[in-house]
Ligand binder design. Structure first.
Ligand code: NCD
Length: 307
């Protein structure tokens, strides 16, 4: 398979439509192969290292499952904070060490820009699995894949991003990725958690229509896809501010304007309180299907970057 234009996957805005199409197409092929129980070995002999300096369930496990599904192997530091970093090792030195052990590296780190820093330190491909409140590009690709599967298209849709738009890396990346398409955005957030001006400005400059609101109901009524997010507790300096905002938006079946059946409801997970469990049997509640889509998308990415 022809490689991606960049050695690494660091930000969603590194991708244009052609490359996105290639990734989604590869993911569709892998998903079809998995569905019929085909055993693949494209990455036999290759080793993936997953280095997670922040908690994760879905991202780490789906990357590891993806590597194993491609016949590769995995070495992993799930709690990298308690590894050598705890002894004061720099990220640079950790990456220079791991490049001696692996053919591809997946990194999650609390610092914005950490993945780019890691990528500069090594010739081994680095995939950003979340850099603080920065970006989470592989999540955005699986989000886009989910939108296309659930709605049959992306062009022409109104997409609402709701919750902690200030600190949520998934929504930062997703907004950038969807900017490649003919979409309209509704950004729903409490005033203190609005989408950063820099991102809103950049999207508007590229001709995208954005409406900002503080009302979740307003967003639900306007959109085809509702992307809920968790209030990012770990990014708050002031615990009382988190307490004030944590239940700002709770989607439930018995709210004044319940979600229509045709709407697709997404969430990168984990959820805390923002989607009541009574929404889970809504036909458009796609969040667990979305999580499962992480495997074929990450198979595609690993196959396209691993040397
Ligand atoms: C997200 C993350 O880590 O940014 N989780 C994920 O990767 N699926 C969302 C979150 O933690 O709120």
């Amino acid at each position: 398979m022809q490689r991606l234009s960049s050695k690494d996957v660091l930000r969603a805005d590194q991708f244009g439509v052609n490359e996105i199409d290639r990734i989604l197409e590869a993911a569709r092929r892998y998903e079809a192969a998995l569905d019929v129980g085909e055993v693949l070995d494209e990455l036999r002999g290759k080793i993936l290292a997953t280095l997670f300096f922040e908690p994760s369930t879905r991202t780490r496990l789906s990357f590891e499952a993806a590597m194993l599904r491609l016949g590769g192997r995995v070495i992993s530091v799930a709690e990298a904070k308690s590894s050598s970093a705890a002894k004061g090792e720099s990220l640079h030195d950790t990456i220079k060490t791991v490049e001696g052990y692996a053919d591809v590296i997946v990194l999650r780190h609390p610092r914005i820009g950490a993945a780019a820093e890691a990528a500069r330190a090594t010739d081994v491909p680095v995939l950003n699995a979340g850099d603080g409140a920065g970006q989470h590009p592989t999540q955005s690709l699986l989000d886009l894949y989910t939108i296309v599967k659930e709605q049959g298209k992306v062009d022409g849709l109104t997409i609402a991003l709701a919750g902690d738009l200030k600190n949520g890396r998934t929504v930062h990346s997703l907004a950038d990725l969807l900017a490649n398409y003919d979409v309209e955005f509704v950004f729903a957030a409490p005033d203190a958690l609005r989408m950063p001006n820099e991102i809103v400005g950049r999207l508007r400059a590229s001709g995208i229509s954005i409406r900002e609101t503080e009302s979740l109901i307003d967003a639900i009524q306007a959109c085809d896809v509702l992307y809920m997010t968790r209030i990012q507790r770990e990014r708050f300096d002031d615990p009382s501010e988190y307490e004030r905002l944590k239940d700002a938006y709770v989607l439930s079946r018995d709210m004044p304007s319940a979600p229509r059946e045709s709407i697709t409801i997404m969430h990168p997970l984990p959820r805390v309180n923002e989607i009541a469990t009574d929404v889970d049997d809504h036909s458009g509640a796609a969040y667990f299907r979305q999580a499962a889509n992480g495997v074929p998308i990450r198979m595609a990415l690993l196959a396209l970057v691993t040397r």
